[in-house]
Design a protein around this ligand. Structure first.
Ligand code: HEM
Length: 426
């Protein structure tokens, strides 16, 4: 479906947003707790099974082709001596992927960054925790209900209104279209709502992750929950993956020996074959380069858990109800865990080196049952785009490249702006 986004830019739904501090997203997976979260997660998890990821490959390939075209067009017109703001470039790419794999819509984020859809999706993640009222809530959580009553919300209300309207329109279309075609996320959630959710019987991943059987289930999902999850996918999937790609490109530009080694691996293992779900898994060194980038620059610098039962860990008693923060960035940079932690060295992630580490030493996607549900999609997408780019361009440091880059500390940590020089490989 082609999205003519201007028709959804309505201000009229402001009052009808999902309410609460997290707005519509309070009904999404990430805000759920206990049995409610488990049910929600069981429904979402099959969307990321091997079978579903394979079905997403043509969409990602198409977005990779557009990525190359965007770079070539920019190189023809740019006054910056082949230099490009790489975070913007990859932002357009991940937006394309998420909109097509999640909802089957085509927004041309890469070629039309002024599109309303793109504008609103970007604003959804532009959350700063430095607003005075957010700091007040952070330090005095008991004040939260008061701020919520006064209309405080993490997300811009007009952007939420936009996605609410868009989602309900797409949902209406899906419900009237009884043909079960490509299983994008939205279709999966509609199936769940209508009691038609089935797990891929051969998919161990889905079953292990969701903890439910392969028999059809009747789990139900409210429209509010669908909306919450839809908005969550945009928010969670867009800048996280774009930043992982950006920082990988930056590290390869500043470590040309690693870039050459990676290009050689691609040449030796997959030659000029089209990159897909299966052959990208053969690229061990690519996996190492991306892991090392996400160790140095985790986008989620911290995640939290609430203790449900008073627990003793070594000499520390954690009372029920206490929120425990896991400092991802600090763990990834701890000299007692990683030798010379500030140095980019993909070899740390070779099979032998990795075996020497505790799994909790490297946690860019979180850990345990609440680990990022889309980790495999994010990695596949980042790997495919990196291969497409490396086969055609060399990432180089240019006069505008800031070393080290200044990082912006908003809801996720990302570079303020990252310029690289791109040289076409003839
Ligand atoms: C490189 C890209 C990404 C990174 C680094 C990342 C990181 C994370 C982290 C750290 C968490 C919290 C995990 C925990 O508490 O243990 C999380 C959760 C989540 N992520 Fe991602 N993520 C990425 C991409 C994506 C994408 C592409 C999507 C959706 C299409 C997504 C959807 C989610 C959802 C729905 C959750 C909540 C899971 C739950 O509470 O059960 N993420 N992610």
């Amino acid at each position: 479906m082609e999205l003519t986004s201007s028709i959804y830019d309505s201000q009229s739904d402001f009052e009808t947003f999902g309410g609460g501090f997290g707005g519509d997203l309070e009904h999404g997976l990430v805000s759920g707790k206990g049995a409610h979260w488990k049910r929600n997660r069981s429904i979402i998890t099959p969307a990321f099974s091997s079978g579903k990821l394979r079905q997403m490959v043509p969409c990602i390939q198409e977005s990779c082709d557009t990525l190359l075209k965007t770079v070539r067009n920019a190189m023809k017109t740019t006054d910056n001596g082949q230099q490009m703001e790489i975070n913007r470039l990859f932002g357009g790419f991940t937006m394309d992927v998420i909109s097509s794999t999640a909802f089957g819509i085509h927004v041309e984020s890469q070629t039309n960054p002024d599109d309303l859809f793109v504008k609103h999706a970007k604003r959804m993640f532009d959350i700063s925790f430095t607003k005075p009222w957010m700091l007040a809530i952070l330090f005095f959580p008991t004040l939260k209900p008061l701020f919520v009553k006064l209309g405080a919300c993490l997300f811009p209300l007009d952007s939420m209104a936009y996605f609410r309207k868009l989602t309900f329109q797409l949902l209406k279309e899906r419900k009237s279209d009884k043909q079960v075609g490509r299983k994008d996320f939205l279709r999966l959630m509609v199936d769940a709502q209508e009691g038609r959710l089935e797990l891929d019987p051969e998919d161990e991943f889905s079953r292990e992750q969701s903890g439910i059987s392969s028999k059809p289930t009747h789990l139900g999902l409210t429209s509010e929950e669908i909306l919450g999850n839809v908005e969550l996918f945009f928010v969670a999937g867009y800048e996280t993956t774009a930043t992982a790609l950006t920082m990988t490109a930056y590290n390869l530009a500043t470590h040309p020996e690693c870039q050459d080694k990676l290009r050689q691996e691609i040449q030796e293992k997959i030659g000029s074959d089209k990159v897909d779900f299966d052959n990208v898994k053969k690229l061990d060194y690519l996996d190492m380069c991306i892991n090392e980038s996400m160790r140095l620059y985790p986008t989620a610098v911290r995640f939290d858990r609430t203790c449900v039962k008073t627990t003793k860990v070594k000499d520390i008693t954690i009372p029920a109800g206490m929120v425990v923060s896991v400092p991802v960035h600090a763990i990834h940079h701890d000299p007692e865990v990683w030798v010379k932690p500030d140095v980019y060295n993909p070899e740390r992630f070779s099979a032998t080196e990795r075996a020497k580490h505790d799994p909790l030493d490297y946690i860019p996607f979180g850990y345990g049952p609440r680990q990022c549900v889309a980790m495999r999609l994010a990695l596949m997408e980042a790997k495919m785009a990196t291969v497409y780019m490396l086969r055609n361009f060399r990432f180089c440091v240019g006069s505008k490249t800031e070393i080290p880059p200044t990082m912006e500390e908003k809801a996720i940590v990302k570079p303020v702006s990252l310029w690289l020089k791109l040289e076409e490989i003839k």
